[in-house]
Design a protein around this ligand. Structure first.
Ligand code: WTA
Length: 664
């Protein structure tokens, strides 16, 4: 759906000048070797990777089991994620290695060694066990980017309690939906969190959510700000008190490989966000291996994944991947350009960051401040740059390479999804010196089989746009969707039988390089955050004036794309800027400010199929093509229906009128 190129300006990814960009890295051949080992025997390959990267308290007996598409990795094996990420690093000198350099937006700082992390995780886990929590429970975390967040995730993993982290930008209704859907009993939150110098009242938002979630019986509150917060109606525990307790120490709970480690709610093609389930053994194998292949953090390196732990990137490359390898990371609480654009570069310099991983949106917003902030800081320790979450515009890639990387650092454009658990397609400079091409994620990592299919399920030709698919299961794949096995099968395995459907458009060039071009479905990427049109539409429909709503996206120079709402009002209701603002704010209050449509267009009618379904893809095409309706008949067969044609023409005319009244 958000087929718009990132950053607004159309840039042809297959322009002939985009030839091999940097050939300075000597091919080591490791990539070729791993790849051919994986092709020869994928299961043996992943079994060896898993044994090397993880500590299994009981070895697995079957590498790949289950019934397709419910694949199960490393059956028979038992392990614990907190043991793998913390406990096993506590012997010897690695206990003193820094796990996190934390910096609050307000300037607060804390350094946590693996020993510190281990102590907090164990103490919290023991206190939670004493309160009666165990593997049959589920927890939700609604916290800012503070060290308590990974500590809580690991303590829950220590006890085998599956959890979901809810991004702290979500509003109470979105939080309540996730807590309730998961049936969580336990919630972690904070009095507040800092964002752009303001305090976000997280506890207050959480209290409103908890009021709708009768199953929650305990709320643990972290004191981050000095915001006065009222006590909620359910049992409340203070984080500091739980950590000061001397509860009897409990051992880490060894769980089966397929035991759910966490769930992340994410938007799909239809309906409200679904709980994507990740298991323990397969997921950890994928994130540990890809952290090594792609970032290769050495003992003196400092990795900064400048994402939020509320999204999958933070789970995999701030928490589980780096910790599994015993690496050192930066954890930063706030906005990258607060209080000035120097903040970002100060962090790089202060902690001597060697590997930086961020999003095209962040890079586009940093680039707006020019080259001077980067030039005025010492960035000489940087050796690798990463990008994730959206297609990166070649011009932004080149700026990243030249200004932040000072022409020295390879860029890893990493393609993956919440569902894939870890990176699937990316350059891997530690494995080979393949030439980079700005805007391409290059080749699949070893053991990963990605292809581009036509509508009819046959492979697309070189240079032909099609749908990205994964032809062979991989360890980090989702286990399923919470409480909805049918939707798991149809959403991912139904479109091309036996093959995983990603929902992305892609093109493969003559070198076999993959270029991911954005979503082919109704998922929006706004500033790299994943949102479903259905979630925003359902928020709009809750307003009494709204009869129908279709949400699509329009290009945004910084965020890549932003939501655009087209609304039909109930009879007798006057449209106007006041109402548009009210509807947009309603989305902010129900879903979260980051989901607010910047523009709301009122129309008399939306194009529909004969069976009455709103043709959102047609609305999208009209919005993207501006005043000209263009050839929408190729978009949907049903667009040939006269009614649709009329609806489209009317929509285009109304859009043009709205544009000219805005510009006059
Ligand atoms: C998009 C984020 C182009 C893609 C890790 C995918 C990308 C969706 C890239 C998943 C990339 C992610 N180039 N597009 N390097 N990485 N995407 O679940 O559309 O938040 O399907 O996971 O982000 O978003 P999600």
């Amino acid at each position: 759906m958000s087929g718009a190129p990132a950053g607004g300006a159309p840039e042809d990814p297959l322009r002939p000048d985009r030839l091999p960009f940097d050939r300075r890295f000597t091919p080591s051949g490791a990539y070729a070797q791993l790849r051919s080992a994986a092709e020869a025997n994928p299961e043996e390959f992943w079994a060896a990777v898993s044994r090397r990267e993880l500590f299994w308290s009981r070895p697995f007996t079957t590498t790949l089991g289950g019934t397709p598409p419910e694949y199960r990795w490393f059956e028979g094996g038992e392990l614990n994620a907190a043991v793998n990420c913390v406990e096993r690093h506590l012997a010897g000198s690695s206990a003193h290695r820094v796990a996190y350099y934390w910096e609050g937006e307000d300037g607060a700082r804390r350094t946590l060694s693996y020993a510190d992390l281990g102590r907090e995780v164990r103490t919290l886990a023991s206190s939670l066990a004493e309160q009666g929590f165990g593997p049959e429970d589920r927890a939700a975390l609604y916290l800012p980017m503070v060290p308590e967040l990974p500590v809580a995730m690991l303590a829950l993993a220590y006890l085998g309690i599956p959890f979901t982290v809810v991004f702290s930008g979500f509003a109470s209704e979105a939080l309540a939906h996730r807590i309730q859907d998961l049936g969580a009993r336990l919630l972690f939150t904070a009095d507040g969190g800092y964002r752009r110098g303001r305090v976000v009242p997280l506890k207050e938002i959480a209290d409103r959510a908890v009021a709708q979630c009768p199953r929650v019986d305990t709320v643990v509150v972290v004191r981050r700000t000095h915001l006065e917060v009222p006590t909620s109606s359910v049992r409340e525990r203070d984080w500091g008190e739980l950590l000061a307790r001397h509860a009897p120490r409990v051992p880490a709970r060894e769980v089966s490989s397929e035991h759910p480690l966490f769930l992340l709610y994410s938007s799909g093609t239809t309906g409200l966000p679904k709980g994507i389930i990740h298991g323990t053994g397969g997921y950890l194998t994928q994130v540990a291996a890809t952290t090594r292949w792609v970032f290769d953090p050495g003992p003196n390196d400092v990795l900064w994944c400048a994402a939020d732990i509320g999204w999958v990137t933070g789970h995999s490359y701030i928490v589980f991947g780096p910790l599994a390898l015993g690496a050192t990371s930066v954890l930063y609480e706030g906005a990258l350009d607060h209080p000035s654009p120097h903040r970002f570069y100060e962090i790089l310099e202060r902690y001597g960051v060697t590997e930086l991983y961020t999003s095209p949106t962040a890079l586009r917003s940093l680039r707006r401040h020019g080259d001077e902030p980067a030039r005025s800081h010492r960035l000489g320790r940087l050796r690798l740059l990463g990008s994730v979450g959206e297609p990166i515009n070649p011009s932004v890639w080149e700026w990243y390479f030249r200004v932040i990387g000072q022409g020295r650092c390879p860029i890893v454009d990493t393609w993956w999804q919440t569902e894939t658990g870890g990176i699937l397609v990316s350059p891997a400079p530690s494995l080979d010196g393949r030439p980079l091409k700005p805007g391409s994620a290059t080749l699949p990592l070893p053991g990963i089989d990605v292809a581009v299919f036509r509508e009819d399920g046959r492979p697309a030709a070189v240079g032909e746009r099609g749908f990205a698919v994964v032809r062979r299961p991989w360890p980090g794949m989702l286990l399923g969707l919470w409480d909805d096995p049918e939707r798991y099968r149809s959403a991912y395995w139904g479109r091309f039988p036996g093959v995983y459907y990603t929902g992305d458009y892609a093109v493969q060039d003559s070198d076999g390089y993959l270029w991911f071009l954005g979503r082919a479905d109704e998922v929006l990427k706004v500033a790299g955050h994943r949102l479903g049109t259905a979630e925003i539409e359902s928020a709009l429909l809750q307003h009494p004036a709204v009869a129908e709503a279709a949400v699509c996206s329009e290009p945004d120079p910084v965020k890549g794309s932003r939501p655009f709402a087209v609304v039909v009002l109930k009879p007798g209701i006057e449209a106007g800027p006041g109402l548009a603002e009210e509807l947009a704010s309603g989305v902010g209050e129900r879903v979260g400010k980051f989901a607010r449509p910047e523009r709301v267009l009122f129309v008399a009618m939306l194009p529909r199929t004969r069976s009455g379904k709103i043709m959102r893809r047609v609305v999208q095409a009209v919005v993207l093509q501006g005043d000209s309706v263009g050839d929408v008949s190729t978009l949907e067969d049903e667009a040939s229906v006269e009614e649709v044609r009329q609806g489209v023409a009317r929509l285009a005319a109304e859009l043009a009128a709205a544009r000219s009244s805005r510009s006059s």
